[in-house]
Write a protein that binds this ligand. Structure first.
Ligand SMILES: [Zn+2]
Ligand SMILES: [Zn+2]
Length: 372
């Protein structure tokens, strides 16, 4: 458990933040670091634990006052031990009752369904052309047989005997910081306060089912790695007539070993032997639309760039495409045979000032060599 950084910094709040701001900041962090969203970040768990530790202290007025006066050491002297949580999901259950994305499980009015986060991985060429990416995920859906009330059609629904119709049970949980009384959702009625006399056979009386859902996501041309697409209403079903949550699709663009992306431009490198660079030649270069022939002018210098206009990535939401920049890597021949060596010597002997002079100044040459 890292202890170096400040608890306020970990949550990104000011030192005079009130309880509500602290809670909000922690919930936001928890959503970001939740393993469903952040499976690509191996440090997410550690980051979350660090944030949870900060939250545990700052959300408790007494402990926060101790921390403000004496720092983390003061807390340890006072018998505070950083939490020893088990699995990642235990932590989320401890803080959010297993419902970090949902709107809480209390009974009563409509509750919006939870959001779902999935990842779609596409190729660079698909990012350039735009594509339809299929994503599959488990979503909570309303049972179509009982329309969510959990009763076999035509049978009555009664008040729950276990919770007396309140939908909640009060439970005492032991945590590393002492006992916490927490209202939990009634395990018999699931928070509705009412139970069907004959549970719906399709959903077992729960009114909701988990279903594997496959959705085709329109990925716009020009999207970058790490961008998110939100599909409104494609998350988990709401409760008590609440609206469904949203689906967040994190788009990952696979690296293409032929190209480096630079904004809307693509950059590639081609080898041209020194004699051909001197003579001029035509070479084949890869483009997203297939190989293309490119004329290399005589006398091209190392790392000079040739540009194929409009062969880069499309700009997102603008029609114009970027360029493909072709960096010419002039290769000096190695391991010469005796004959090649003689030819090279004759060439070298014949070269004069005229052949080597360039209009380019030293500064401009340096800039090019340094990739400026
Ligand atoms: Zn049902
Ligand atoms: Zn109940």
């Amino acid at each position: 458990m890292p202890t170096a950084s400040d608890y306020y910094e970990r949550l990104g709040v000011a030192r005079d933040a009130d309880a509500n701001e602290i809670k909000k900041a922690f919930r936001r962090l928890a959503r970001e670091l939740h393993p469903d969203v952040n499976s690509h970040d191996p440090e997410a768990e550690e980051k979350f634990k660090a944030a949870a530790e900060a939250y545990e202290v700052l959300s408790d007025p007494e402990r926060r006052a101790t921390y403000d006066r004496y720092g983390a050491d003061g807390l340890r002297n006072g018998g505070f031990q950083p939490s020893g949580f088990g699995s990642f999901s235990d932590i989320f259950d401890a803080f959010f009752g297993g419902d970090v994305f949902g709107g809480g499980a209390g009974r009563g009015g409509p509750v919006q369904g939870g959001d779902v986060a999935v990842t779609a991985t596409i190729d660079l060429a698909e990012a350039a052309s735009g594509t339809a990416a299929e994503v599959s995920y488990d979503a909570v859906v309303v049972c179509e047989t009982c329309h969510g009330n959990g009763a076999e059609p035509g049978t009555p629904i009664e008040t729950c005997a276990r919770c007396g119709g309140t939908g909640q049970l009060r439970a005492v949980t032991r945590t590393p910081f002492g006992q916490v009384v927490r209202a939990t959702v009634c395990d018999v009625c699931g928070g509705d306060g009412r139970v069907p006399t004959s549970p719906c056979k399709t959903c077992g009386g729960r009114g909701r089912r988990v279903e594997r859902v496959t959705v085709s996501v329109d990925v716009p041309a020009g999207i970058s790695d790490g961008q998110r697409i939100r599909l409104s209403g494609r998350g988990h079903a709401g409760e008590h007539g609440g609206p469904p949550g949203d689906l967040y699709v994190l788009v990952r663009v696979r690296d293409d070993e032929r190209f480096v992306r630079d904004g809307d431009d693509l950059v590639t490198v081609v080898d041209v032997s020194a004699p051909l660079a001197a003579l001029g030649t035509s070479i084949e270069v890869p483009t997203l639309d297939g190989p293309e022939t490119l004329e290399v002018p005589a006398g091209i210098q190392p790392n000079e760039t040739l540009t194929l206009r409009g062969r880069g990535m499309p700009a997102l939401r603008r029609g114009r495409r970027g360029d493909l920049r072709v960096v010419v890597n002039v290769v000096i021949p190695r391991r010469l045979s005796t004959e090649q060596r003689e030819l090279m010597e004759r060439l070298a002997g014949s070269l004069g000032e005229e052949n080597l002079r360039s209009e380019e100044g030293v500064f401009s040459k340096l800039k090019r060599a340094l990739g400026g």
